[in-house]
Write a protein that binds this ligand. Sequence first.
Ligand code: CA
Length: 325
Amino acid sequence: MNTLSKFPGRGGLRLVGPLALACSVLAGCSGDGSSSTSASTASGSGGDSATSASTTGAGGNAASTTSGSGTTGAATTGSSSGSTSAGTGGMPMNCSALPLCDDFEAATAGGPPSPSTWAIVSPNCGGTGTIAVDDTVAHSGTRSVKVTGKGGYCNHVFFVNTTAPAAVGKDIYGRYYLRLGGALGDAHNTLMTMKDTADNGKDLRLGGQKSVMIWNRESDDATLPELSPTGAGLSVSPTPQAWHCVEFLVKGSDGQMQTWLDSVEVAGLHEDGVPTPDIDGQWLNKAGWKPSLADLKLGWESYGNDDMTLWFDDVALGPARIGCN
Ligand code: CA
């Protein structure tokens, strides 16, 4: 059997519902991911603090879309930089107690990230993508992990941790700093992917398409948000060559997900269990999805032909929101 058909991406011939079809057929769809947006984000509230907030995801989910405040326009392309970066790059106080917390300072530049925590993998097929610790660019300290990503599925490469998700439990919060060498393109790419043993081992992926960040579920190729102009407009585009704090919550208990960029919740990347057109309507077509994550893979996988250099630093997984400080 053919690996490419076995592990399809979002590009090419796969269509994702009527809105995506319309978008793929009509010229000019791709550009508008940038406009509109903001809307949602309440952040401000408990969002930023490393501690509290979390507890049971329940309250947090609903509450967080209070909108109103999100006027920062953070979501328009190229902007999102904004606030964050407390500059210091210090880790949360309790990070070292979490099942996964790595600032990569203990690794050797030019070598792999710590083999006791990570392995470098190219599932199914391997190619030209490479990963090495880099001491020229860092969010914290002097080191980060550099991914030299290449276009084409089999050139994918990831560094993977296979123990932390199970140690965290069903509902998993993640936090890492991400620096992209260039802007996300129109084609579908993945920069984080996690094996879901409750979905036949298929991956839950976070990456980009239509120039904005999207979640993608390998098993049915659903995207969050939907790839309509409105949906894409409710997501964000990380500014190239700047560090961004990515946070996510994936709840195995009920399948809900939340995502924050630089401490601001991204409305288009929020699956709250209630189908909303342009956001999670398509995602929720798959009834009863409750992911059981078996690993965390960071790297680059392109279903088109997009090269990308990217860096990761200060990677953590835990049972509560970790925060960006
Ligand atoms: Ca570091």
